[in-house]
Write a protein that binds this ligand. Structure first.
Ligand code: SAM
Length: 378
């Protein structure tokens, strides 16, 4: 199951554009979902996404059709309520696509067929709809509520269904955790390239700082293929619980260790020993936060977005720390807000930290924007 549309990227601070990206390979769903966390001492229970819930609800097909008709009408009505000048309005075509995914995640299919998705002008006939019963992973009441939240509250679709498709993964996400963005998939691709070029990288310890849902850490662990180890850190308690849950869902507990704390603080035992350090830190300039797309600004955690006055507070801290944490020859990759920030980071590393790093360069994202800074510890 590939969902090729992701609602937004953090590409630009002011009203980020909706971005389209295709996963390179089909999404692999892990065998099970655990809803409890044993990694953190303060127990937080991550939410179970719709697609992993048991189909424990039932409703007459006619009622589900009624809901579907209502949901389609509500999605279409956004076009009547927005002006062409409004850059931050919803798009009915995209909403209808999301509605189809909501149905796939919440309504049990019989013979891979969802009885609810009515195409064109086709309408239910006879009393078929009264007699047939449909199994649901959420009550109809919740489905009405979820769709209202999506449209009226601008709640991100990924929080509505509780997951995001990222690379070949389906990651649980919820409020309090950043929804992983398509451009960040490239961080794992860069790690894959480095590892392919030198087996030494496969056997060492890597760190993903500010792991959020655990996306990069899990991606990197799968690239290492059972040899090395990844330590994933985050300051957010919710992120730690969600990342821990995703790590378990992919059976990577032996390879990915999730640690709570600020940046390098939980990594004292591996100082100077890391063979790789990756991070997608908060990088939006503080003044740009109020202008973000409603889904981002209203719902995603400020801790994951706000990078200080010019957006580089965390990035500069990571550069300084990388010189301490990486072993000689170690690789780093940082995501930035784009061209301007990337240049600032390269300048900083090649002037203030010139004795620590080699091969520092900017790498472009899918859109050709200088998005990442990479290099090696001397
Ligand atoms: C832009 S999000 C990236 C999340 C994830 N790596 C991804 O790419 O989807 C930045 C992450 O950094 C975390 N963070 C913010 N300040 C931090 C700090 N001082 N120490 C560790 N993590 C921090 C946030 O909680 C958030 O999860």
């Amino acid at each position: 199951m590939i969902r090729s549309f992701r609602f937004t990227s953090l590409l630009s601070a002011a009203k980020p554009l909706r971005s389209f990206a295709c996963s390179s390979s089909p999404a692999i769903e892990p065998p099970q979902c655990s809803s409890s966390s044993s990694i953190s001492l303060r127990i937080t229970h991550p939410k179970t996404p719709l697609f992993l819930r048991a189909p424990s609800h039932a409703a007459p097909l006619s009622e589900v059709w009624k809901w579907h008709g209502w949901a389609k009408d509500l999605a279409s009505s956004v076009d009547d309520n927005s002006s062409p000048e409004d850059e931050d309005s919803l798009d009915s075509i995209l909403l209808l696509r999301e509605l189809k995914w909501l149905i796939e995640d919440s309504i049990e299919a019989s013979d891979h067929h969802h009885p609810v998705i009515i195409t064109g002008t086709e309408t239910p006939r006879g009393d078929d709809g009264e007699k047939k019963s449909v199994k649901l992973r959420a009550s109809l009441e919740e489905l009405y509520d979820l769709w209202r939240q999506r449209i009226e509250k601008r709640r991100p679709f990924q929080y509505v269904v509780g997951c995001e498709h990222w690379r070949d993964l389906v990651l649980c996400v919820e409020e309090g955790v950043l929804i992983p963005r398509p451009e960040t998939e490239l961080v794992v691709d860069m790690v894959e390239e480095v590892v392919r070029g030198d087996e030494w990288f496969k056997r060492g310890v890597w760190a993903d700082l500010g792991t959020g849902s655990g996306a990069i850490a899990i991606g990197v662990a799968r690239v290492l293929g059972g040899c090395g180890r990844v330590i994933a850190t985050d300051l957010s308690h919710v992120a730690i619980a969600v990342a821990g849950n995703n790590v378990r869902r992919y059976g990577l507990e032996g390879m990915v260790e999730v640690r709570e704390g600020s940046w390098f603080e939980p990594l004292k035992d591996v100082e100077g020993k890391l063979v790789g350090l990756v991070s997608n830190p908060p990088y939006i300039p503080s003044d740009d936060i109020p202008g973000l797309q409603a889904e981002v600004g209203r719902h995603e955690p400020r801790l994951a977005l706000d990078g200080g006055v010019d957006g580089t507070d965390s990035l500069l801290h990571l550069c300084d720390g990388a010189s301490r944490m990486l072993t000689s020859g170690g690789f780093f990759a940082f995501e930035t807000n784009g061209e301007k920030q990337s240049k600032m980071i390269v300048d900083y590393m090649t002037s203030n930290l010139k004795d620590s790093f080699s091969g520092v360069k900017i790498v472009s994202d899918f859109a050709g924007i200088g998005r990442f800074v990479t290099g090696f510890r001397l």
